[in-house]
Design a binder for this molecule. Structure first.
Ligand code: ADP
Length: 489
């Protein structure tokens, strides 16, 4: 059924809001709980158990104990199990969408899109699980054989952000389980409810005890420190800010843990003067406004050729003006609130700073007011290079448009950032598109396309945007070791 806010709250009441450890729901060892809020009005939705370090250690003990049997299951069995989880998520699309909307704030229609995208990772990895391969070859100098096989890395800590509460978790859980790794999932404190439902489904479908554990906590630092200090943990996969990613990489160094890091972005969106303008504006809307701009692959800096900059900007402004900002459960809403007061303050500061330095507001430019964390869709032009918004990740519904005159200039500006996650280029000239995409220092490039995320594509960044890839053919490799056998005949 399609939920309204009232039925979504009833759904939360029916959900277990405890920790999920070793196949059982249980309270935190300290009895601690914390409140989860609805960003549309700041109201408390419910309370969830707050995992202590001792709980996390119990979960690691369970994951470690389960690892041997789980790693020895047949890949066909793991594939079928993941496929059943995929099917069940799809069956419960409306419930997942309601939980995402309630705790994260994105409009229901967008939340349904996340459910489809998030579930798809499980289907993708179920297909990959069944197709793990090894190799057999003669040694170059003869005499023996070189045999390789893939083996699971082992118990993995999966730390996820709040912007895609389901999808950022399924792309880690799916890969880990497909590879034969057990895992500990640490959701963002703002959005634990979506994953509580996923844990319930894993339980219903008989995912063996200890294979998936769920540990919401307000003290992520203490939890990750304790787990990463423990020799039973073999891997950490993180999606979040570059600052926290660096801390985790330093912690991982002590015990030489495998790591995967999906960190911040500062996506350039380049529009050449020969671009198909309608397509470029459609792409800009997607790349900027998906998730209200709260996405690491969001277009952060629009670089538009001076010959078409005004035309592009006018069309973009018209589209921004049409966007209805509002509560996730109102079918008219196209843009939800930001996640919390801190994020709203940050976006407000970035826009105010740009305006103080000479930027011009073409639409929006301020918060909506009221109890929710809504910010008006905003287009800024004449943004000076000294403005903070020209360098920092915005994570909000604000488009900063600047102009360029030559391809070299566009490239130089696009690459003038420590980040390198996604970039976008619009041009009808195929040679230019490919030449530019090859020289863009990002892990992903949308070529005449404003959306790159796809379970079938390798998602990840270069430079300070991270290490490793999620999804695509290589996603499962992040959870596999290559074992080499030298076999004397
Ligand atoms: P944001 O500021 O957008 O919330 P963060 O990078 O702080 O981004 O958060 C992403 C995830 O990292 C969340 O699940 C958060 O709880 C977790 N986190 C934050 N600090 C740490 C830390 N020191 N160790 C492990 N996880 C952390």
């Amino acid at each position: 059924m399609v939920h309204d806010r009232k039925s979504a709250l009833a759904l939360v009441e029916a959900l277990s809001r405890e920790l999920y450890i070793n196949g059982r729901w249980r309270e935190s060892s300290t009895g601690a709980r914390y409140s989860v809020h609805n960003p549309a009005d700041g109201s408390a939705i419910t309370e969830v158990a707050d995992a202590s370090v001792a709980d996390a250690q119990d979960a690691l003990a369970a994951a470690h104990a389960a690892q041997r049997d789980w790693g020895a299951t047949t890949s066909r069995y793991r594939a079928e199990l993941l496929r059943r989880v995929f099917d069940r998520i799809i069956e419960r699309t409306e419930d997942f969408a309601a939980l995402i909307s309630l705790e994260m704030g994105k409009p229901l229609a967008e939340a349904r899109g996340e459910v489809a995208y998030g579930a798809e990772f499980l289907r993708w990895f179920s297909e990959q699980a069944a197709h793990l391969t090894g190799s057999y070859a003669p040694a170059p100098n003869g005499g023996y054989r070189i045999v390789t096989a893939k083996q699971p890395v082992g118990p993995s800590l999966l730390i996820t952000p709040w912007n895609f509460p389901l999808a950022m978790a399924t792309r880690k859980i799916g890969a880990a389980l497909a590879a034969g790794c057990t895992c500990l999932v640490k959701p963002a404190p703002q959005t634990p409810l979506t994953l509580a439902l996923l844990m319930q489904i894993c339980h219903e479908l008989d995912v063996p005890a200890g294979v998936v554990n769920y540990l919401p906590t307000l003290d992520a630092a203490a939890q990750s420190r304790a787990l990463m200090d423990d020799a039973r943990l073999r891997k950490v996969s993180f999606t979040g800010s570059t600052g926290v990613g660096s801390i985790l990489l330093r912690q991982a160094a002590d015990r030489v843990l495998r790591t995967s890091m999906e960190l911040g972005g500062n996506g350039p969106f380049i529009v050449f003067d020969d671009a198909e303008l309608d397509a470029a504006v459609d792409g800009a809307m997607l790349a900027k406004m998906r998730n209200a701009g709260e996405s690491c692959v969001a277009a952060n800096r629009f670089l538009v050729h001076e010959a078409i900059a005004e035309e592009f900007t006018e069309r973009l402004v018209r589209r921004f003006e049409e966007l209805v900002v509002g509560d996730a459960f109102d079918p008219a809403s196209a843009v939800g609130p930001l996640i919390d007061a801190k994020q709203l303050d940050k976006v407000t500061e970035l826009v105010d700073d740009a305006v103080a330095r000479g930027a011009r507001i073409r639409v929006g430019g301020k918060a909506l007011g009221g109890n929710g964390y809504f910010y008006r869709p905003t287009v800024l032009t004449e943004v000076p290079g000294t403005a903070r918004i020209a360098h920092e990740e915005i994570f909000g519904p604000v488009a900063a448009v600047t102009t360029f005159s030559t391809e070299e200039q566009a490239l130089e500006r696009a690459n003038a950032t420590e980040f390198g996650l996604a970039g976008y280029v619009y041009t009808r000239d195929l040679s230019r598109a490919l030449r530019f995409a090859e020289r863009l220092e990002t892990g992903m490039v949308g070529v005449n396309r404003g959306l790159v995320s796809d379970p079938g594509g390798p998602f990840g960044g270069v430079k300070a945007s991270g290490l490793g890839r999620e999804g695509g053919a290589s996603g499962i490799e992040e959870y596999l070791e290559t074992k080499y056998l030298a076999v004397q005949l």
